[in-house]
Design a protein around this ligand. Structure first.
Ligand code: SF4
Length: 357
């Protein structure tokens, strides 16, 4: 063990790294370099992600000098400043303050059958979709792997809430932070990590074609949701600036490639905006687009947010049913999302880091 202590001294100047930024493979490489048995990395990983260890001292089956080495060189971060808001429909919104005082939101959505965790991937968002409060927040930075992972860790071990499904639909565009999302997915899916089946994880994108092309190659059977909101290029450009960069034709090709490679059915999210994308013609265009991609459609009624465009209007139930029925008649697999958390501004498109700590 003197080896470890020597290296420890040599590395004394290195700042403590956050261990939640490291995958199991990366920890194993560190162990190998330090002549620590590789399986110790697995033990450490399990302590953090299966038993919820908050410090190395708790890892009682690991030798003291190894624990000391990790304690001298790594930290295990835990969100400290947290606020939460409960809605009467069972939704809970958490506001986490990050070490640089930026804030992100994470939402637990409960239904009779399951609990879903809505995870943020960035502080703010560059995509500026007109209907979304997150898009109106100034983009500050990407979340690192630890900050993504910690949202899950906190809900599991501090709140003691067992989550069934995990969706990257919080603040930010996940594919604009691709590498950190990819590494976070590995920790989520790792048997010694959270051990979450890939099929319980959904990534939602506004249509970053490069991200869709790249995610199909990581060999994880995750679900892909695409925020489509209209199948018409000109209209899409007017409500989602990302359509300037990636046209609907490019998006279509990427979705088809994804389906061909993974055989996973894509969901097209469609936020219904009264007078903008809710006409018969919009429904026909969407039906054709969805059928062409063998995709499902999820209709979401617009959720007004304080910071979003005041000209956007909420469709009524009649509008929603009319739109839904056209899709059903055309043979599209379609659902209408029962948006939860509206009262606490935790529904789709409403997250804006708003509660003050
Ligand atoms: S809908 Fe998604 S991609 Fe668009 S602004 Fe909001 S968080 Fe960003």
């Amino acid at each position: 063990m003197s080896n470890i202590l020597n290296l420890n001294q040599k590395q004394a100047k290195i700042l403590k790294k956050n261990i939640k930024n490291f995958s199991l493979t990366e920890l194993q490489i560190i162990c190998e370099k330090l002549k620590i048995p590789k399986y110790k990395a697995k033990q450490i990983f399990s302590w953090i992600y299966k038993k919820g260890a908050k410090n190395f001292e708790q890892m009682s089956d690991i030798q003291k000098d190894i624990r000391l080495f990790f304690d001298n060189n790594f930290k295990i971060s835990v969100f400290e400043k947290v606020e939460s808001l409960n809605s009467d429909d069972g939704t809970i919104k958490y506001l986490f303050e990050l070490s640089d005082k930026n804030v992100i939101e994470t939402v637990v959505i409960s239904s009779k059958k399951r609990k879903t965790l809505c995870i943020s991937s960035q502080v703010g968002c560059k995509m500026a979709c007109v209907f979304c409060a997150s898009g109106m927040m100034k983009f500050k930075r990407n979340l690192d792997v630890a900050e993504i992972i910690e949202q899950i860790w906190y809900i599991k071990f501090i709140e003691n809430i067992e989550i069934d499904n995990f969706v990257f639909m919080g603040i930010g565009e996940p594919f604009d932070n691709f590498d950190n999302i990819k590494n976070a997915l590995q920790i989520m899916n790792d048997k010694n990590g959270f051990n979450i089946a890939a099929r319980r994880i959904t990534i939602s994108t506004s249509g970053i074609v490069s991200g869709i092309e790249a995610i199909k190659n990581i060999n994880l059977q995750i679900n892909l949701a695409v925020s489509l909101h209209t199948a018409n290029q000109a209209k899409r450009k007017s409500i989602m600036p990302i359509a300037e960069k990636y046209t609907i034709t490019q998006l279509s090709r990427a979705c088809k490639n994804y389906f061909e490679k993974t055989n996973r059915i894509i969901t097209f999210e469609y936020m219904l905006l009264k007078g903008i994308n809710d006409s018969k013609r919009d429904a026909f265009e969407l039906a054709n687009f969805a059928k062409d991609h063998k995709a499902k459609v999820n209709i979401i009624s617009y959720n007004p947010a304080a910071t979003s465009n005041k000209y956007l209007k909420v469709p009524n139930k009649v509008d929603i049913n009319r739109f839904y029925n056209i899709l059903v008649d055309k043979g599209v697999s379609v659902t209408v999302r029962n948006s939860k958390g509206n009262k606490i501004k935790a529904a789709c498109g409403q997250l804006a880091g708003k509660i003050k700590i």
